[in-house]
Design a protein around this ligand. Structure first.
Ligand code: GDD
Length: 312
C-alpha cells in the first residue's frame, strides 16, 4: 500500500501512521502546516488544484481522509467552519481524485453523530438507519456520507465511508470527555490544584467507546478488504454511560474528589444514546476490538500524569 493520510498529525493520524508502517507500507501525510518529517506535506484542502498537484506527485494507492473538525461541542459556534473543513474539503478531495487517478481507494471518515436522534428502540444502530443529525458536526458528516455514495454511483470512485463511534486513547486533546476527566484527575493527583474539584458535563449520555489503537486496525483492514461503495460502522457495540467513565477514572486515585457540574460543558442538544452495530464490519473483515475500556482509560490517565509532571 502507498498510503496518504490527510490530517496525519492529528490524534488518529498519528496512530494510523504507526499501524501502517508496521506492515512496511509507504506512508505520506498532509497537515495544514509544514512539519520537519520528510513524509509530511503541507496541504490546503480547500484548494482543489493543490490536491490534484499533490496526488500526481505522491501517486497514492489509498487515501485515509482524516483531516477535518472533530469536536462536536465546538461545531455549535463554528457552523460555517465545520461544513467547510469536513464537507467542502471532502468534495475537493474527491474531485481531485477524479482528476488525478480515479482508481485510488479513498476512505472517508464520518461519525456516529450522523445518525442523531434515533431513539433507544433502534439500538444497536446499523448502517442503513435513518440519518437525523442534531448538531452542525453531525450534519457535516452526514452530508459527506451522502456525497460519497454519489461519487461511487455516478463517478465510479473507489470510496468507502466509515462511521466510527467514540474513540479514545492517550494523546487525544482536551475537549473530549475522557481527556477532560483524566487531565483534571491527573492535576489533582499531582497536587496542582487548590481544591480537589473536577468539572463535569452531562453524565447521563450513553456512548460506545473503542480504543483508537483498535480503531486504526479496523481502518487498515477495511482499506485492504472492505467493499467499495459501502458504509461501515466502526464500534465495539457496547454502551457505557459517562458516569461509568468518571467512576472508572476516579478508581485510579485514592484522593477524595469533588465533582461539580459545569454548565459550559453542556450542549444545546444532545443524543442520549449512541450504540452501534458492528455486525457488517465483522462480516466483511476479521476485526474485533481487543483493548478493554479500563485499559484505555488507565493509559489516558497515565498519559496526562506524565505530561503534567514533565512540565515541572
Ligand atoms: N467533551 C466533554 N467534556 N464531554 C463531556 C464532559 C466533558 O467534561 N462531561 C460530559 N460529557 C459528555 C458529552 O456531553 C457527550 O455526551 C459525551 O460526554 C462524549 O463527549 P465527547 O468526548 O466530547 O465526544 P462526542 O461524543 O461529542 O464526539 C466524539 O465522538 C464522535 C463519534 O461518536 C468525537 O470524537 C467525534 O469526532 C466523533 O465523531
Amino acid at each position: 500500500m502507498r498510503a496518504l493520510i490527510t490530517g496525519i498529525s492529528g490524534f488518529v493520524g498519528q496512530y494510523l501512521e504507526k499501524r501502517l508502517l508496521k506492515e512496511s507500507n509507504m506512508v505520506f501525510g498532509t497537515s495544514r502546516s509544514q512539519r520537519k518529517e520528510n513524509n509530511y506535506l503541507c496541504l490546503n484542502l480547500l484548494c482543489e488544484q493543490e490536491i490534484v498537484h499533490l496526488l500526481k506527485n505522491i501517486r497514492p494507492s489509498h487515501i485515509f481522509h482524516l483531516a477535518g473538525m472533530s469536536n462536536v461541542k465546538q461545531s455549535w459556534t463554528a457552523r460555517k467552519h465545520v461544513i467547510e473543513a469536513n464537507t467542502s474539503a471532502t468534495i475537493n478531495l474527491l474531485e481531485a481524485v477524479k482528476k488525478a487517478d480515479p482508481n485510488i481507494r479513498v476512505i472517508t471518515i464520518g461519525s456516529s453523530e450522523e445518525y442523531g436522534y434515533l431513539g433507544s428502540n433502534q439500538t444497536p444502530i446499523s448502517e442503513d438507519s435513518m440519518l437525523q443529525p442534531i448538531n452542525p458536526y453531525g450534519v457535516s458528516k452526514a452530508a459527506v456520507s451522502m456525497l460519497v455514495k454519489q461519487y461511487y454511483k455516478a463517478d465510479h470512485l473507489n470510496v468507502i465511508h466509515l462511521r466510527p463511534f467514540n474513540h479514545i486513547g492517550p494523546g487525544q486533546s482536551l475537549g473530549f470527555v475522557t481527556s477532560d476527566f483524566a487531565y483534571q484527575l491527573a492535576l489533582i493527583n499531582s497536587k496542582k490544584t487548590e481544591n480537589n474539584q473536577m468539572k463535569i458535563g452531562n453524565l447521563e449520555a450513553i456512548r460506545d467507546f473503542t480504543d483508537v489503537r483498535d480503531i486504526v486496525e479496523a481502518y487498515y483492514q477495511i482499506a485492504m478488504y472492505g467493499k467499495s461503495g459501502e458504509i461501515y460502522n466502526v464500534c465495539r457495540g457496547i454502551g457505557v454511560n459517562i458516569q461509568t467513565i468518571l467512576d472508572i477514572l476516579l478508581s485510579f486515585s485514592d484522593i477524595q474528589v469533588e465533582t461539580v457540574t459545569d454548565e459550559t460543558k453542556m450542549r444545546p442538544s444532545e443524543v442520549s444514546i449512541l450504540i452501534g452495530s458492528n455486525q457488517k464490519l465483522l462480516n466483511h473483515i476479521s476485526w474485533q476490538p481487543k483493548i478493554p475500556l479500563e485499559k484505555s482509560l488507565y493509559d489516558i490517565y497515565q498519559f496526562w500524569l506524565s505530561k503534567i509532571n514533565q512540565k515541572l
